[in-house]
Design a protein around this ligand. Structure first.
Ligand code: ACO
Length: 333
């Protein structure tokens, strides 16, 4: 078996559903205001999937773009990893729906469940498969239809979340061995003892669907926002620093920082904590809200399309999410 030593991003894509839900719209649905949402979160609008759109439909659009950008066909893929907490169904997994729709060979198709850190978990797993020499091309996706699991009457959560999908194709660096593009380092972690800060308690094996689950609305996300805020700043900073330490890469040499788009104030707090210049921080939270595992790959793809992120540049990504999970990846694009 060939031993591919590094993996590079060969293409990216993203998809946001057409329907927009603005802060103004939310003013008529719950007791809130455009000003409160902007000041506390930085969010102005978010995209909401149409009733007939499921997570794999969003993922499919992002995947097609990423494959085109990589100049690959679905038949070239050796595996698909879909990070999501909003699968089409509990089974089959969302990656299998996507594998069928894309027309791939009978390749590995797996969902990764690590909430908002899911994409960085999936990218790290894909990197291992490629660096070990087992696979050449893996499609890695973060895709969510969070609007399906948010209580539209809970003003603490319904203002935060949106739907979308982002994709990358990760490829073995064999065609162009002189290229320095690679995943440079990765850091993953979790603190399960804080799991109750953000959870969807109903519908699993502990609380299967019954009348009680329905009456108490336990099929929706339940969140303790203020506590998550503090932990998010600490863990994203830790993951970012760990990536830099592992790669022996100085922070001031990083070209761009892409953090999970959960709240602009969390991003700014991490930037203050690590002393990151504001102009190096990419954001789109004003237009997307929190799209969980999709947030980093959507922003990555948009920043490439805008010609901000360019080949050869270094990007540090960091995320936190329910679990509480956290992740970081340092990569050269
Ligand atoms: N509109 C108006 N007022 C509101 C709203 C709203 N939508 N929501 C809460 N308030 C009120 C509260 O009731 C409270 O009122 P009180 O002082 O009279 O009690 C006041 O605003 C302040 O509430 P806080 O919760 O302290 O507000 P905070 O500044 O912490 O902002 C927020 C809340 C935006 C949720 C913030 O804590 C946050 O972003 N936390 C992180 C959440 C997060 O990122 N979750 C996703 C994790 S990633 C994943 O895995 C999905």
């Amino acid at each position: 078996m060939e031993n591919h030593r590094t993996a590079q991003i060969s293409g990216t894509g993203s998809y946001l559903p057409a329907n927009l839900l603005t802060n103004k719209d939310l003013e008529s649905l719950v007791e809130t205001s455009d000003q409160w949402i902007r000041e506390r979160t930085g969010i102005v609008e978010r995209h909401i999937a149409a009733p007939q759109e499921a997570t794999s439909d969003l993922a499919f659009q992002a995947a097609r773009q990423a494959l085109d950008a990589a100049q690959l066909s679905a038949q070239d893929l050796d595996g698909i990893l879909v990070a999501t907490v909003t699968p089409d169904q509990v089974m089959p997994n969302t990656a299998c729906f996507l594998q069928s729709r894309l027309g791939c060979k009978s390749i590995m198709a797996l969902d990764v469940s690590a909430a908002c850190s899911g994409f960085l978990y999936a990218l790290t797993i894909a990197d291992q498969f490629i660096c070990s020499g087992k696979f050449k091309h893996i499609l890695v996706i973060g895709a969510e239809t969070l609007s399906r699991i948010i209580n539209p009457t809970d003003r603490q959560t319904c203002i935060l979340f949106g739907d979308g999908a982002g994709a990358v194709v990760l490829s073995a660096n064999t065609n162009n061995p002189s290229s320095k593009s690679a995943i440079l380092s990765s850091s993953l972690g979790a603190n399960g003892s804080l799991g109750d800060l953000l959870s969807l308690p109903g519908g699993g094996s502990r609380l299967p669907f019954n009348q009680d689950v329905l009456d108490q609305k336990l099929y929706f996300v339940h969140m303790k926002g203020r506590e998550i805020f503090k932990s998010a700043v600490r863990t994203m900073s830790d993951r970012a620093l760990e990536c830099l330490n592992q790669a022996q890469y100085p922070l001031d040499k990083v070209d761009w920082f892409i953090m999970h788009q959960a709240n602009l104030r969390i991003i700014e707090a991490v930037a203050d904590h690590l002393n990151i210049p504001k102009q190096k921080i990419l954001t789109n939270i004003d237009q997307t809200g929190n799209t969980s595992s999709a947030s980093i790959p959507i922003l990555f793809n948009q920043s490439i399309d805008k010609n901000l992120v360019q080949r050869g540049q270094t990007i540090l990504m960091a995320a936190f999410g329910a679990g509480l999970t956290s992740g970081g990846i340092l990569l050269q694009y």
